[in-house]
Write a protein that binds this ligand. Structure first.
Ligand code: AMP
Length: 411
C-alpha cells in the first residue's frame, strides 16, 4: 500500500492545486511507484492496468518537468504520448488539460477518423505536448506538419494493445525520428516477451515498476457467471437491466454486428442504449460516450477494442453478454467498473459454446468465478459442461484402473 502524499513528490504548486481540484487525496500505487522515478529522469517500464491511475502517473511528472524546462522551448513539441486508440488519446488530453489547468502548456491531439485540418491548425500553435495515434501522426510527419526533433519525453501508453493492433512498425518508424537523448516511459497492462523486447530496444536502463496483477484488481469487483442458452441471453439482459440496482451498465459483445443488434433489442424493450465500436464514426462514438457519461442513456454496448478507452464514472455493472476470446480482455472489460477504488459488479453470460473461454479466463485471473442460478434463464446444459457431474455409480468400475479395479468398493 502506498503511504505517500502528492506533496512528498515536490511537484509544482500549480499541479498540486489541480490535483486537489480533481479530488485526489492520495497517490495510487502506480503513481507512488512511478512518479519519483520519472522525476529523477529515469526511463520507466511500468505494468499497470487502466483504472489504476496510470495516466496521472506519467502526466503529472511530465507536466512538472516540461514546465520547469520551459526556457528550453524551441519550435517543436517536447513531449509525445503515443496511444493505440483515439478514445484513449482524447482521454489523455482531457487529463492533461485537467492536471495542467494552472500551467501555460499547450497540448494537441492527433488522431485518425476526423478532419486533419483542425489538427494542422492546432500544431501550428506550437504545443509542448502531442498526444497521438501512430497512423495519423505519421501522415502529419510525412506532410511536414510536425517535427519530432525536440522531443524530450516519449510515452508509449498501452503498448501491449499497440502491438495487438499491429502498430509496431508505425511505432518503430516514429521512434526512429525522435532524438536518442530523451526520457522514455512505457506502460503496458502485461509484460509479454514482445513487450520486453520493445522495452529493451527503446528504453535505456529502465526502472521496472509493477502494480498488482490482474487478479487482485478484480478483487474489488463482485464477479458472477450466469449460465444461459444463447437464445435466452437477450431476455436475461433485459430482466437484469430492469431490476433495481443497475444505475449504469456497460455491455460487451464480441462483434460490432451483435452490438448493433443488441442495442436495437434494448431500445425495443424500453431501455435507453447506445453502441460504440470501430464501425461508428469518431463523432458517433463521442456522442454515445457523452450520452452515457451524462446519464442520458443507461446502457452502452461496446466491443473489446473500445474497452480501454471508456473512463466513465459510476458504471455499476459490466455485463459480458458474450465472453471475450482473449482472457486478458476480460480484465480490461471488467476494469471499467470499480474505477479508482469504487466497487462494482461484473456479470458474465456463458452459453455452452463459451465454457472453454470461461475456463481460459479463470486460468488467467487465477480464480474460479462464482456462478449464480438466481435468474429465470439458467441453463443446466451449459453449467454441466463446466463441472461435469460425476459418472453414474454403475460406470465407476470402468475408471482408469480397469473394469474391475474398484469392484470391491461396490455395494
Ligand atoms: P486511469 O488508470 O489513468 O485510467 O485512471 C482511472 C481513474 O482514476 C480516472 O478516473 C482518474 O481520474 C482516477 N484517478 C487517478 N488518480 C487518482 C488518485 N490519486 N485518486 C483518486 N482517483 C484517481
Amino acid at each position: 500500500m502506498n503511504t505517500k502524499m502528492f506533496e512528498d513528490f515536490h511537484l509544482n504548486e500549480a499541479i498540486l492545486r489541480a490535483i486537489r481540484d480533481e479530488g485526489y487525496r492520495q497517490p495510487t500505487d502506480i503513481q507512488g511507484a512511478a512518479i519519483p522515478e520519472i522525476l529523477s529522469g529515469k526511463d520507466v517500464m511500468a505494468t499497470a492496468q487502466t483504472g489504476t491511475g496510470k495516466t496521472a502517473a506519467f502526466c503529472l511528472p511530465m507536466l512538472h518537468m516540461l514546465h520547469r524546462g520551459k526556457g528550453d522551448a524551441g519550435h517543436g513539441p517536447r513531449a509525445l504520448v503515443l496511444t493505440p486508440t483515439r478514445e484513449l488519446a482524447l482521454q489523455i488530453e482531457s487529463s492533461l488539460r485537467a492536471y495542467g489547468r494552472y500551467l501555460p502548456l499547450k497540448t494537441s491531439v492527433v488522431v485518425g477518423g476526423v478532419s486533419i485540418t483542425g489538427q494542422i491548425h492546432s500544431l501550428r500553435q506550437k504545443p509542448e505536448i502531442v498526444v497521438a495515434t501512430p497512423g495519423r501522426l505519421l501522415d502529419l510527419m510525412r506532410q511536414k506538419q510536425v517535427t519530432l526533433a525536440e522531443i524530450q519525453f516519449l510515452v508509449l501508453d498501452e503498448a501491449d494493445r499497440m502491438l495487438d493492433l499491429g502498430f509496431i512498425h508505425d511505432v518503430r518508424s516514429i521512434v526512429s525520428r525522435i532524438p536518442a537523448a530523451r526520457q522514455t516511459l512505457l506502460f503496458s497492462a502485461t509484460l509479454s516477451p514482445e513487450i520486453a523486447a520493445l522495452a529493451s530496444d527503446m528504453l535505456k536502463n529502465p526502472v521496472f515498476v509493477a502494480t498488482a496483477p490482474p487478479a487482485s484488481i478484480a478483487a474489488k469487483i463482485d464477479q458472477k457467471v450466469l449460465f444461459v442458452d444463447q437464445a435466452n441471453k437477450g431476455s436475461l439482459l433485459v430482466d437484469i437491466l430492469k431490476s433495481s440496482g443497475v444505475q449504469r451498465a456497460l455491455v460487451f459483445t464480441r462483434t460490432k454486428h451483435r452490438a448493433d443488434r443488441l442495442t436495437r433489442h434494448l431500445s425495443r424493450n424500453g431501455i435507453s442504449a447506445g453502441a460504440i465500436h470501430s464501425n461508428k464514426s469518431q463523432n458517433g462514438r463521442q456522442r454515445s460516450l457523452a450520452a452515457f457519461d451524462k446519464g442520458r442513456i443507461m446502457v452502452l454496448v461496446a466491443t473489446d477494442i473500445m474497452a480501454r478507452g471508456i473512463d466513465v464514472e459510476g458504471i455499476s455493472h459490466v455485463i459480458n453478454y458474450e465472453l471475450p476470446n482473449d482472457a486478458e480482455n476480460y480484465v480490461h472489460r471488467i476494469g471499467r467498473t470499480a474505477r479508482a477504488g469504487a466497487t462494482g459488479i461484473a456479470l458474465s453470460f456463458c452459453d455452452a459454446s463459451e465454457v472453454e473461454m470461461l475456463k481460459g479466463i479463470e486460468r488467467f485471473i487465477r480464480c474460479e468465478l462464482p456462478a449464480t442460478e438466481e435468474h429465470a434463464f439458467h441453463s443446466t446444459a451449459a453449467a454441466s459442461l463446466r463441472n461435469p457431474s460425476p459418472r453414474p455409480a454403475q460406470w465407476r468400475s470402468f475408471g482408469p484402473r480397469g473394469r474391475f479395479g474398484r469392484r470391491s468398493g461396490r455395494v
